[in-house]
Ligand binder design. Structure first.
Ligand code: PHB
Length: 392
C-alpha cells in the first residue's frame, strides 16, 4: 500500500469517533465469489448465514450487523488489497472477514493497523499470516497444524521413503517443510520435494516423477478446488494407486465436494484435517442441519463453511465485548481468550498467535449410506500452530 492509501484508510477510521456506538456494525467479507474457486466464497456465505440463523441476526439481541461481500477471484493480492481498502475507506466497515488465499491475506494485513480494522481469516492457512498484523485472528487451520500429524501417521504406518508434492506458494511451502521436518525427525526420508506451479492443470508429468522416485508414498497439498480434483484423478488414472503407492494428504485434497467425482477409487485415501462433514457431535449435527436448510443440499459444503461459522462467533464476541464501538484493541483482546465448541470439536484462540487451537483428525475416505465421506479414525488433540514455534 502506498502512503496515500495508508493515510486515506487512517482518515476513514478516524471518521468513526472512538467511543461512539454504531447502530449497525459493518463487516466486509472478501473471498472468491466467482471463477474457479467460487465454491469457497459460497461456503463463507453459508457459514455466516448458518451462524446468524442459529444465533440471531442482532448481536446480543440489539446490535445490527450488515455484510458487504467482495469478490477477489483467485490468488490476486493487488485486487484483494484494493477491495479491502475500498471496504475500509468507502464502505467504512468495522471488521473484515473471509480471505481464502494466503497471498491475499498478506496483501490486506498492512491496511489493518493504520485503519484500526480487525480481520478474521476464515481460511488462508500459511502460519506467518497472523504475524503480519496484531489485528488478525484466524479460525481456519494452518498447514503445520494439519501436516505434522500426517507425518506422524506416515511413520506409524511403517513408511520409510516419501516424496512431497505441493503447490508452489505459501501454504504449500509450509506443508512441505512441516512434513519433511517431522517425518525425518521420526527416521523417515524425503528424497525429493516437488513444488508445482499454481497454474498447473496437467499432473501427468508429476505422477511420472513420483513413480520414478521409487517412493513408498507421496504427500500432497494443493488448494481445495479444481487443482485438488485434477491431482487426485491424475494419481488414480495414472495407476499409482494400483501400483501400491500411498497418497497421504491434508484434507484440502480430499475436501468433500471432490469425492463424488473421484468415486470408489478414492476409498481408503488418508488425510489429516481439522474438519470433516462426517464429524460426529451434536454441534456438527445442528450446524449441518441449518446449512442444509439454507443451501438445500450438503453436496457443495467444505471446510470454508465451518471456518466462516466460527469466524462469525469470534466477530459476534468482539462486537459484544466492545458494545458496538470501534475499538480493535479491545476486540482483539476479547478474541484472545475465547474457547467454544465448534462443529469441528473443542477449539480456542491461542492468545500468543491469535490462531485457533483444535483437534486434528486422521480420516480415511469411506462409504456411508451410499455416499463417500471422510471418516475420522484417530484424534490428535488440541494441536497448536507449530509453524510459528518450530520446536513444538
Ligand atoms: C491458502 O492459500 O492459504 C489456502 C487455500 C486453499 C486451501 C488451503 C490454503 O485449501
Amino acid at each position: 500500500m502506498n502512503w496515500k492509501g495508508i493515510f486515506l484508510a487512517f482518515a476513514a477510521a478516524l471518521m468513526v469517533p472512538s467511543g461512539a456506538s454504531a447502530d449497525t456494525i459493518k463487516v466486509g467479507i472478501v473471498g472468491p465469489f466467482a471463477g474457479p474457486f467460487a465454491l469457497a466464497g459460497k461456503n463463507f456465505k453459508l457459514g455466516i448465514d448458518a451462524y446468524r440463523a442459529l444465533n440471531g441476526e442482532k448481536v446480543g439481541g440489539k446490535i445490527d450487523v450488515e455484510f458487504i461481500y467482495r469478490d477477489t477471484g483467485g490468488p490476486n493480492p493487488a485486487k484483494a488489497k484494493a477491495l479491502a481498502q475500498e471496504l475500509i475507506v468507502k464502505d467504512k466497515v468495522d471488521y473484515l472477514g473471509g480471505v481464502y488465499f494466503t497471498p491475499n491475506a498478506m496483501a490486506i494485513a498492512p491496511l489493518l493497523e493504520p485503519s484500526k480494522t480487525a480481520l478474521v481469516v476464515f481460511n488462508a492457512a500459511t502460519s506467518a499470516i497472523t504475524q503480519r498484523s496484531p489485528y488478525i485472528v484466524r479460525t481456519s487451520f494452518t498447514m503445520w497444524q494439519n501436516t505434522v500429524p500426517m507425518a506422524k501417521v506416515a511413520s506409524a504406518m511403517g513408511l520409510k521413503k516419501i516424496i512431497t508434492t505441493v503447490t508452489d506458494y505459501g501454504p504449500g511451502i509450509d506443508a512441505e517443510k512441516a512434513f519433511k521436518k517431522t517425518f525425518e525427525s521420526l527416521g523417515g526420508s524425503v528424497p525429493e520435494s516437488i513444488r508445482m506451479p499454481v497454474k498447473t492443470t496437467d499432473f501427468s508429468p508429476i505422477m511420472q516423477r513420483i513413480r520414478d522416485s521409487g517412493a513408498d508414498a507421496v504427500f500432497a497439498f494443493l488448494p481445495s478446488g479444481p487443482p485438488t480434483l485434477a491431482y487426485t484423478k491424475s494419481f488414480i488414472d495414472n495407476g499409482l494407486r494400483d501400483q501400491g503407492i500411498k497418497l497421504l494428504t491434508t484434507g484440502d485434497v480430499t475436501h468433500e465436494p471432490d469425492l463424488p467425482a473421484l468415486g470408489e477409487r478414492a476409498l481408503g485415501i488418508r488425510s489429516t484435517y481439522h474438519y470433516s462433514l462426517a464429524h460426529e457431535s451434536p454441534e456438527n449435527e445442528k450446524f449441518l442441519a441449518k446449512v442444509k436448510e439454507i443451501a438445500g443440499t450438503l453436496d457443495e459444503v467444505n471446510m470454508c463453511a465451518v471456518g466462516a461459522f466460527d469466524g462469525m462467533h469470534v466477530i459476534y464476541k468482539m462486537i459484544e465485548a466492545t458494545d458496538g464501538k470501534r475499538d480493535p484493541d479491545k476486540a482483539i483482546a476479547a478474541a484472545k481468550s475465547l474457547d467454544w465448541k465448534s462443529p469441528r470439536g473443542p477449539v480456542r484462540i491461542d492468545p500468543q498467535t491469535r490462531h485457533i487451537r483444535q483437534n486434528i483428525y486422521l480420516r480415511e475416505v469411506a462409504k456411508k449410506n451410499g455416499k463417500l465421506i471422510n471418516k475420522e479414525i484417530q484424534i490428535f488433540a488440541d494441536q497448536p500452530d507449530s509453524g510459528l514455534a518450530p520446536t513444538q
